[in-house]
Design a protein around this ligand. Structure first.
Ligand code: HEM
Length: 509
């Protein structure tokens, strides 16, 4: 077992390293009023002391949910209210003094997401270059200085939580964005695919000695050095939280350089990407029906829209990976936490005995590889954004790990009922990393929209720009189909910094 760093779980925010797993998550974006900053600082200090959820608290709640899921009980949504906060570069400058945000080597955070919109492939105004149709974040003025994320089991809980925050600030802030996300049935996103399955395994221990990311390989299995469980590769915490060893892509078992150096402002903080992504579900399924028709014509055998959709995502609606079950969903796989994400692309995952808890060893049957993309095409969303053990234009599998983020997305808007209703629904995409450049931005600007990278096959069907030519191999024959429509559109966003709580308090006094 490698020596892993001690994580300051009382200082790192719970949403960063663990997530809240609550049914409702409300985003509250505030602008601090110049001239009332002292009042706002007192309010913030109070909120930090009493309301913000620490990673240790979130980790203990998650462990209870994990234990229940392992014994086959439905995963309950946690019943406590969780709260996180993050600052934009402008917010940080207002609180800490002009120029503070420049301490970040990540210029994307400093400039703001609206300045990055064109590169991300968003629709922008031809003259000003600013994003079009965004509900917040399309300029410095509409980007929250402070963003709160309030989570709870009921809508009323998060509403009350947000109201209590506003009452604490009094007239020192104005609300510029308030929206409640909500987990929908089966932990799916609005197109209907199970989401939030694959996350990188963060190395590190609590001061009680337990690993933040539970380990399932017994210590005598060499896989335990690099993997938390099948398919979940371990990486160094500095990739997600400043002040810890980061990842050296060429020596993934060795702790890399401390991210953020010894800068006390950055320590235990993380950069947060928020993207409000509106999803046109009716248009998506019409496009999948059309894709199925093209595939039927090209192969001479019938395809369903669900199968076409699975090719676009890389998983069936229930989460079954296409690599493991190319022709139909398999509930034996999707219901098994170890098999749901227990696969690579190039090398098979060997069968193993997994240590489910201190008392139980469970048989993992292994998972086959799909190096040539015969089961799961190279263009599928999950392969575009995480080629796992495939080498690619940036280097080997270690460099892939470098672009991984901790994803914390939650859907917004009403459930899709199958009837066109023009409702605004989608995903409040959130991700944490210590380099937006290496993580979110690189995936979006290098791979998602490039038909040839990380592997040649087409542009990401969910996120890439149109029109898209998708190439796949069916029955040994190369086929190209086209996907002219776009069904995901950014309608808001921002780059933020979720500070460690001591650093934040020191800014406020
Ligand atoms: C509305 C937009 C989106 C939808 C509907 C969507 C849907 C999904 C689904 C269904 C999965 C598979 C479940 C899982 O592994 O958790 C997934 C995985 C993933 N998505 Fe997205 N996603 C969206 C936006 C994004 C964006 C903007 C990014 C950032 C580049 C992203 C990055 C990822 C990553 C890294 C994975 C995990 C892949 C893996 O490790 O196998 N997604 N997404």
């Amino acid at each position: 077992m490698l020596d892993e760093p001690l994580l300051d779980l009382d200082d790192i925010q719970g949403h960063v390293l663990v997530g809240f797993g609550r049914a409702f998550e409300l985003l509250l974006g505030l602008k601090l009023i110049d001239g009332r900053l002292d009042q706002a600082k007192v309010a913030l200090s109070n909120i930090v002391s009493h309301k913000i959820t620490r990673a240790g608290t979130a980790a203990r709640a998650k462990e209870v949910r994990r234990q229940l899921r392992l014994v086959g009980e439905a995963m309950p949504v946690a019943n406590l209210v969780g709260c996180a906060l993050a600052l934009s570069a402008t917010g940080l400058d207002k609180l800490a003094g002009v120029g503070q945000a420049r301490q970040f080597s990540d210029s994307l955070f400093v400039e703001g997401q609206w300045a990055d919109a064109r590169a991300l492939g968003d629709e922008v105004d031809a003259i000003t270059g600013t994003p079009v149709g965004w509900q917040f974040g399309d300029s410095e003025q509409t980007t929250p200085d402070v963003l709160f994320i309030v989570a709870g089991p009921e809508f009323a809980d998060v509403e009350q939580g947000a109201d209590a925050i506003l009452a604490t600030f009094g007239d020192s802030v104005v609300v510029i964005y308030r929206e409640c996300g909500r987990r929908i049935a089966r932990q799916a996103e609005h197109f209907g695919f199970v989401d939030g399955v694959s996350q990188p395994g963060v190395r590190g221990r609590s001061d009680e000695g337990t690993f933040l990311t539970p380990r399932y390989y017994p210590e005598n299995d060499p896989a335990s050095l690099g993997w938390a469980r099948p398919g979940q590769r371990l990486t160094w915490p500095g990739q997600f939280v400043f002040g810890y060893p980061g990842l050296d892509p060429d020596a993934v078992y060795e702790p890399g350089e401390i991210t953020g150096g010894n800068n006390p402002l950055l320590r235990n903080g993380s950069l947060l990407v928020v993207r409000r992504l509106s999803q046109d579900v009716g248009r998506f399924w019409r496009a999948m029906a059309d894709l199925a028709d093209q595939l039927t014509l090209a192969t001479g055998r019938p395809w369903t829209p669900e199968h076409a959709g699975a090719m676009c995502v890389g998983r069936w609606l229930d989460g079954t990976p296409l690599t493991q079950s190319p022709s139909e969903p398999d509930s034996a796989i999707s219901a098994n936490l170890m098999r749901l994400n227990g696969f690579n692309y190039v090398s098979p995952v060997p069968a193993a005995m997994l240590n489910i808890d201190d008392a139980t060893l469970r048989d993992f049957p292994g998972a086959r590889a799909d190096g040539n993309g015969l089961a799961c095409p190279y263009f599928s969303h999950i392969r575009k954004v995480n080629p796992r053990d495939h080498a690619h234009d940036f280097g080997g599998a270690g460099s892939t790990l470098h672009s991984q983020m901790l994803r914390r997305g939650v859907p917004f808007g009403p459930d899709w009922t199958g009837v066109e209703d023009r409702a605004d629904r989608g995903l409040l995409f959130m991700s944490y990393q210590t380099s937006i450049q290496q993580g979110f931005h690189r995936l979006m600007t290098e791979w998602v929209k490039d038909a040839l990278r990380p592997l040649a096959g087409g542009i990401d069907p969910l996120l890439g720009q149109v029109p898209r030519e998708l190439s796949l191999i069916v029955d040994g024959r190369a086929i190209t189909v086209s996907l002219p429509d776009r069904f995901v559109r950014a309608t808001g966003g921002g780059y933020f910094f979720a500070p460690g709580l001591r650093a934040l308090q020191s800014l406020l006094h």
